[in-house]
Design a protein around this ligand. Sequence first.
Ligand SMILES: Cc1ncc(COP(=O)(O)O)c(C=O)c1O
Length: 391
Amino acid sequence: MTAFDFDQPIDRHEVPSLKTHRIVLGEGGERLFAAGVADMDFRVAPPILDALQRRLDHGVFGYEAVPEGLMPALQDWLSRRHGWRVEADCMLRAPNALNALAIATSLFSAPGESVIVQPPVFFDFYDVIRENGRGVARNPLILRDGRYEMDFEGLEALARDPRNRLLFLCNPHNPVGRAWTREELDWLSGICLRHGVLVVADELHGDLALPGHTYTPFAALGAEAADNSVTILSPAKTFNIASCCAAFTIVSSEKLRRAFQAENSRLTVNKNNAFANAAMEAAFRDGEAWLNAALDYLSGNLDLLRDRLCDMPGVSLIEPEATFLAWLDFRALGLANDEHHAFLRSEARWALTRGSSFGTEGDGFMRLNFACRRERLSDALDDLSGALARL
Ligand SMILES: Cc1ncc(COP(=O)(O)O)c(C=O)c1O
């Protein structure tokens, strides 16, 4: 029994939630199990709600400085939860993670160069790269015995090419759920250092390592890795506050940091709004008990998913080590991408994220967001089981 109620039904239609919105689900979407967009259906931690309420009650929303407690709360969080000590000077604020990714791309690579990615990977990586006029250099992950691994030989070959100066690391990896080990990250770091490739580590899902697994911050590997990287962090996924729009960039190298700061101020994207600041400070300072309970609940949902899927023909689970995202392999159904998306939608009433949106390596897969009420997940699994039996 926990002090937090993750089983509480919350109607997400009361606000224009993207996950349940027709721009994502299309017409008739209300009857679907909305398990695409990567946020949680849970009410946020009480200390966050209290902090937002206090800020609202104050009633004046004029210009304000960064709350004094914000950076120390984040530093304490990183050191307490992940054993990672970060100097306050190295932390830069950002409105959101994609913005920081875009700045890193335009600053640290040149037009005509390419950014290395390891597909299947978070689809917005491709958009950021292309919209900044860079090419995509693909080093597909390898699926071996139901677990994804990095292809270090492929990576070294791409890193050797002087046109590839940047790598986007997704740690833990959306959508396949790997929490990369220290050894794997050390290999990657060694390759990038040898060939002068800068690592942009998107670690938004770092706090969401599931029980029994560990998140290793890339920059915590050591001074060389820290100096050869830009890390992007945010409370958005951890505390379910994506719409508060707040993120951080951690840049240890003074040279890179100065460049980043200058670009942030040129674009005037170095501010967060008062509510984002209040939510973040409360989350990192007082949100730990809620997060631990949420991770336990997610782990229970994953147990349910695993138990039920193993009896269903045609679908298998790629076990996530972190994130609330499950990568489901539907290739055994033998359907084309559009067909299996249509089948899931019309027969099982499931709206997931198409695997193909993460790269062609995702053909035949779907990404399921299991951060929902357990009862809802269970009903949805009944629907899927029925649909597969009828197929
Ligand atoms: C790995 C990863 N990076 C970035 C984002 C987007 O973050 P933001 O909304 O802060 O731009 C997401 C959202 O799903 C994500 O999964």
